[in-house]
Design a binder for this molecule. Structure first.
Ligand SMILES: *[C@@H]1O[C@H](CO)[C@@H](O)[C@H](O)[C@H]1NC(C)=O
Ligand SMILES: *[C@@H]1O[C@H](CO)[C@@H](O)[C@H](O)[C@H]1NC(C)=O
Length: 205
């Protein structure tokens, strides 16, 4: 959040200027290396949004995922006992982009799913199953500790899940604005070889 605010402020300060190449480097502590060349009066076509917009979230969501919420169809499965997850999302609906910070506690087994990854947002109301719309990179052990796993980054549409529904990838045509207009219709989960219908799950709202 701090980073977002700082960057927003930095870009806001630049909006009065025209094309400004900005370069700031600090190799002294090996931590920051930043080089930007921006024309703030021009749209970035592929993104469909002004560059300054990219560093702004139109909404944020925190999902607490637990095994007790997992269903297969409408049948509760119990998920993966003892596991839990926190799925934090920052959405930029102008850029069809979603940033994620996914933390899993006590995940066990292998990540397993017919999709390209086993960590998803599905279109599914509480107590029901539904197709994945976004597949996130699976969380990986933090500091070599399997009981704590994390996955952090951003994805931008078009989205692909690898799951075909009626001849079409279930992520095709998905726009993150749906998550904002109808959050109760979506849930986040991850799947384990020990709990195929889902290890942990939580609704966006
Ligand atoms: C990611 O989420 C975890 C758990 O909520 C938190 O401890 C961590 O600080 C977050 N990291 C970032 C970069 O936001
Ligand atoms: C979900 O339930 C159906 C029956 O309703 C069953 O055929 C299927 O194997 C179950 N899926 C998993 C992953 O357990």
């Amino acid at each position: 959040m701090k980073t977002t605010t700082l960057l927003s402020t930095a870009f806001a300060a630049l909006t009065s200027a025209t094309a400004i190449p900005v370069s700031g480097t600090d190799f002294s502590n090996g931590k920051i290396s930043l080089q930007l060349s921006i024309d703030l009066n021009q749209d970035v076509g592929a993104l469909g949004a002004n560059v300054a917009d990219i560093f702004h979230f139109t909404s944020t969501h925190v999902v607490h995922a637990i095994p007790e919420n997992v269903v297969n169809g409408t049948e509760p499965t119990g998920g993966l006992a003892g596991a839990s997850g926190i799925f934090a999302f920052g959405i930029n609906s102008h850029a069809n982009m979603i940033c994620y910070n996914i933390t899993l506690h006590n995940f066990q087994g292998e990540f397993e799913s017919p999709a390209t990854t086993a960590t998803h947002i599905h279109e599914a109301v509480v107590g029901a199953s539904g197709p994945p719309r976004i597949a996130f990179p699976n969380p990986h052990p933090v500091g070599g500790v399997d009981a704590l796993r994390q996955s952090i980054g951003c994805l931008q549409g078009p989205f692909l899940t690898g799951v075909m529904v009626e001849g079409k990838d279930s992520g095709e045509g998905f726009h993150v604005s749906s998550l904002e207009t109808n959050p109760t219709a979506f849930m986040a989960d991850c799947h384990s070889s020990l709990a195929l219908p889902g290890a942990v799950r939580g609704q966006l709202a």
